[in-house]
Design a protein around this ligand. Structure first.
Ligand SMILES: Nc1ncnc2c1ncn2[C@@H]1O[C@H](COP(=O)(O)OP(=O)(O)O)[C@@H](O)[C@H]1O
Ligand SMILES: [Mg+2]
Length: 253
């Protein structure tokens, strides 16, 4: 079954067509990177997939249900681009991560042992178990990003959508993130990840959708790391490889 199925999606923001006839399908268990230059529409696309931007034209189903009828929001985790949680809020790491469970709490059910276990697992996944009691503001930028990812993971989503989770994040945090996402993926979860540079995440990516000026430029196996040369018998996997060399495949600014 598909997690997201966007067909001929057109999105208009501020009177401008930001996405033009974009078709993207993400199947269960897939790990898809959304690549492309700044302003190509990556954030707009993932916001559209999680229901935050209306479609001007086209169709979108989420877990097989047309968006307008979709109600199972806890199945989705979304980590927006450059969200700051530190700003003067005295919440601890543990409290922020626990807030990721609220979508699963029913009106009459209090925080249970399952909820506490999910929070503990999420903290462990991002390597912050020992910081649970610390105010978020005392963490580094990369660690704060990990808190947001843990909050999404605590909701035990079936698909996690992350918008540039590695931008401006230290190498340790990138490695930890790669471990956490690999864990989710190995357990059958789906991941949609917007990235400018893949770094340690490169090995996890199964498919890359490259956007250019609000349209899909290519959709297929991910770009190969620098220095890769096609071996004899190498399958031609880049639909538009003649337009751009693989080393800058949609990642140029
Ligand atoms: N709310 C908005 N209103 C008007 N234009 C927007 C809005 N959000 C994004 N845009 C424009 O849409 C284009 C794509 O933006 P975005 O999806 O953020 O790209 P990316 O994430 O790839 O950098 C940019 O030109 C941006 O200025
Ligand atoms: Mg963006």
């Amino acid at each position: 079954m598909s997690v997201f199925d966007l067909q001929h999606g057109t999105v208009v923001l501020g009177g401008r067509r930001i996405l033009e006839e974009v078709s993207v399908t993400v199947d269960e268990g897939e790990f898809v990177a959304i690549l492309g230059a700044n302003g190509s529409g990556k954030t707009t696309l993932v916001r559209t997939l999680v229901g935050l931007n209306p479609l001007e034209a086209g169709t979108l189903t989420v877990f097989g249900t047309p968006l307008a009828r979709f109600r199972e929001w806890p199945r989705l985790g979304y980590v927006p681009q450059r969200l700051s949680v530190g700003g003067g809020v005295p919440a601890t790491v543990g409290e922020v991560v626990a807030s990721g469970r609220t979508g699963r709490l029913s009106r009459f059910r209090r925080f249970s042992r399952d909820d506490r276990a999910a929070v503990a697992h999420a903290l462990e996944d991002v390597g912050l178990s020992d910081r649970a009691g610390d105010p978020v503001a005392t963490l580094s930028g990369g660690q704060q990003q990990r808190v947001l990812i843990a909050r999404a993971l605590a909701g035990e989503p079936e698909v996690l959508v992350l918008d540039e989770p590695t931008a401006g994040v230290d190498a340790d945090s990138q490695d930890t993130l790669a471990g956490a996402l690999g864990h989710l993926s190995n357990n059958g979860g789906s991941v949609v990840l917007v990235a400018h540079e893949l770094g340690p995440l490169a090995g996890l990516i199964g498919r890359a959708v490259v956007l250019s000026h609000g349209q899909v430029q290519s959709d297929g196996p991910p770009p190969q790391p620098e220095g890769h040369h096609a071996a004899p018998g190498h399958v031609h996997v880049h639909p538009h490889a003649d337009e751009q060399p693989p080393s800058t495949f949609g990642l140029d600014r």
